[in-house]
Structures are given as C-alpha cells and as structure tokens.
Design a protein around this ligand. Structure first.
Ligand SMILES: *Cc1c(COP(=O)(O)O)cnc(C)c1O
Length: 386
C-alpha cells in the first residue's frame, strides 16, 4: 500500500489537465517534467549519502557558475535577497551611508540596503527600465558610498558610465543581477562589473531551483572570503569563529538541481531570445505599443527573463489578454517610492511612475510552443487593431 502510494506520488504531474490558461505566464511543471529523471536521480544520490549542508554539489555548482559567468568567485547563499545584502556588507556598506538605486525593482533591492543601516537614494530609469546614469550623477553626495544597478528583465544596465561614476567618486558597485543570469554587455556578464553581483534562483528566475537559492559573484578574494563567512555563521572552519554571521547557505539539494539545470541553460536562454525576436517582429509596428529591443541590439546580449511591453491603456490590454486565456503580469505598480510602508524620503521619479503604469509582461518561458507564441501575438494584435 505504502509502496503503491509512493509510486503514485512520483508520477509526473499532468500539466495539461490542470492548466487554466491557454498560455500561462510560466508553467514550472514543464521544466520539471522534462528533467524529471535526471533531477530525481540527483536528489536520490544526495539523500542516499546524506549530503545536505555545504557539500560537494554546492562547491561544484559554485565553480561551474563562476566559469559560466566569467568571474573568479561564486558563493552560494540562501536566496537572492541575502545575496544583495551580503554583497553590500562585504563591500563595506555601513550605517549612515547612502546607496543609490532605482525604485523600479523588487522590494528586496531596497531592503538589502536598509538591512545595512544605509539609506536607499532612488533615481529614475530610462526607457529600457534600467537605472539612468545621468540621474545617478545628480544624486551623489558626500554620504554616498555605493550604487546598486538592477539588471531588470534580463538586460544589463548601461554599465560604462555607472562604473566611471563609481570610480571617479570612490563608490562601490553591487549589482542586483537577480534577473540577469546570462545577460551580457560587451561580452561581460551581469555580475561581473561591480565589486559583487547578486543572483537569485527563485523558481521564477531564468536559472531556477526548486525553492529558494542565491549566489554572490566577485573577482575580489577578500570579498569572496567575507561572503563565505557571512553565509555560514562567521565560521572560517569548525574551530575558528571570525565574526558573527548568518545561516544563509545554498542548500546542497538545490545545488544538485541547479547543476542539472545549468547544463540546459544555454538552450533555455536561446529559446527565450528566439521568442523575443518573434514577438519583436510582430509588435514593432503595432499602434500604441512599445516593445523591447530585439535580441543582439548593439553591445547588449539580453536574455528576456521577462518580456515587457508598454501600453497607455495597460489595464484594458491586460484584461483583454486574460480574457483570451493569456496570463500576464505587471511588475511593479504602484512603484516602491509610493509605498508608504517603506518610509522612504518622498521623491519624484517621472519615468518610473509613467512606465510602471504602462508595463505588461507577456509569457516568454522556454517551454512555450510556437503555437502559443502565435496565439499571444494574435491576442495582442487584435487588441491594438481595434
Ligand atoms: C527575485 C529578485 C530579488 C530577490 O531574490 P530572492 O531569491 O527572491 O530573494 C531581488 N531583486 C530582484 C530584481 C529580483 O527580481
């Protein structure tokens, strides 16, 4: 009986039977069912040998991720939020400091700055949804110590002027690359520009584990050592405590799953880019619609962790698509600087306010079928043609 039940539980889920959408925003079950055998074999291997905390899978994943991203060090941590926090702490951000970042991001970016006792200073974005370097220049004061560029939607920020501002003003740059695993600018990966880069493996990210996970990248040996201490109670080894730290390690089981997924990542990212190219051709001339730049526009190598359109009447477009069975999201409105619960200094960010009222994210997950892509295109075109 037990035997029978456990076999049944191991059966692959039946995505089609449960799917309420004609085109879901993301169907995480598909990613799992395609790799089910390999993932279960890895889980079985880890569990049979009881390798749960900071074991060989974490180390192997860190090495492979560092190689993939072209950085010297990668340290697996509990989640992307801690990755940003540890990056900032290791870079020396301390109480009283000001750290410049954007309001058009997930709240974790600001929370990491706040956890350091520092003050987030918010700047506006450009039409690419990313930090506007000219706005950064205007906000630098004697208290400014750092900049956190957020590589949103799988596109790198315009890093050259940001790095120059940092250099000229003695500031550290900690990249929020939670949405940017594999995104590049001039051949440099997101996470490879600043003193540290922070990644998330939350199930909705492009490289996803089966729960929470994160990574900090750096080319600085001291920063790497500091992050290794922060994630593991400040322990240098079993007998030597260097400082207080935290319990925020990348779980060994999640590392085993990530090893499997990293192998297929190039293919998955190529599919995202392919879908983005098809969307671009279909949307670029539609009235009322602003769509992202196509893959390989200039020095940018975008990986479309989200495919974000702008439309004046976003709410009607969203309602139309959902009524047609296409699941869409709007990240994020209202924007963070208008969230009274965060007690931020009031600031006017016109572009952030305008775009956050217009954004709509379409399905762009790697398992999406060509028919589904066509269906989305028809539903969007249909709305714009009316
Ligand atoms: C997902 C995300 C985070 C947080 O990552 P978690 O792993 O969920 O803690 C931070 N910043 C951005 C931009 C994100 O998209």
């Amino acid at each position: 009986m037990l035997q029978k039940n456990s076999t049944k539980k191991l059966q692959a889920a039946q995505p089609a039977a449960q799917k309420p959408w004609k085109v879901p925003y993301l169907d995480m079950r598909l990613g799992y069912s395609q790799q089910r055998e390999a993932i279960l074999a890895r889980i079985n291997d880890v569990c049979s040998d009881a390798r749960f905390i900071l074991r060989q899978e974490v180390e192997e994943f860190e090495q492979r991720a560092a190689k993939f991203l072209g950085v010297k060090y990668a340290i697996g941590v509990g989640n992307g939020s801690d990755a940003i926090y540890f990056g900032l702490k290791a870079a020396g951000i301390a109480p009283g400091d000001e750290v410049i970042t954007v309001a058009h991001t997930f709240v974790a970016t600001l929370a990491a700055i706040d956890r350091c006792g520092a003050t987030p200073v918010l700047v506006d974005i450009g039409p690419d949804f990313n930090m506007d370097p000219e706005e950064v220049a205007k906000k630098i004061t004697t208290k400014t110590r750092g900049i956190v560029p957020v590589h949103l939607n799988g596109r790198c920020c315009n890093m050259e002027p940001i790095m120059k501002l940092a250099k000229d003003n003695g500031l550290v740059v900690v990249e929020d690359a939670a949405q940017g695993f594999g995104a590049k600018l001039n051949g440099v990966n997101a996470g490879g520009f600043g003193i540290a880069g922070a990644f998330s493996f939350h199930p909705m990210k492009v490289l996803a584990c089966l729960g929470d996970g994160g990574l900090v990248t750096t080319n600085d040996e001291e920063v790497a050592k500091q992050i290794a201490l922060l994630r593991n109670h400040g322990q240098e080894n079993k007998t030597n405590l260097k400082q207080y730290g935290y319990n925020s390690r990348l779980d060994n089981l999640q590392a085993a799953i990530l090893l499997e997924r990293l192998t297929g990542l190039e293919t998955a990212l190529a599919r995202r880019r392919e879908v983005a190219g098809v969307y671009h051709e279909a949307f670029k001339d539609l009235a009322g619609l602003v769509c992202p730049l196509p893959p390989d526009s200039g020095p940018y190598h975008d990986i479309y962790s989200s495919y974000v359109l702008c439309h004046q009447d976003r709410d009607s477009l969203a309602a139309h698509l959902q009524q047609k069975g296409v699941e869409v999201f709007s990240h994020w409105s209202p924007p963070l600087h208008q969230q009274s619960g965060l007690n931020l200094t009031p600031v006017s960010l016109p572009m952030t306010e305008q775009l956050s009222a217009q954004v709509i994210s379409l399905p762009v997950f790697p398992e999406i079928t060509d028919e589904q892509v066509e269906y989305v295109i028809e539903a969007v075109s249909d709305f714009c043609g009316r």
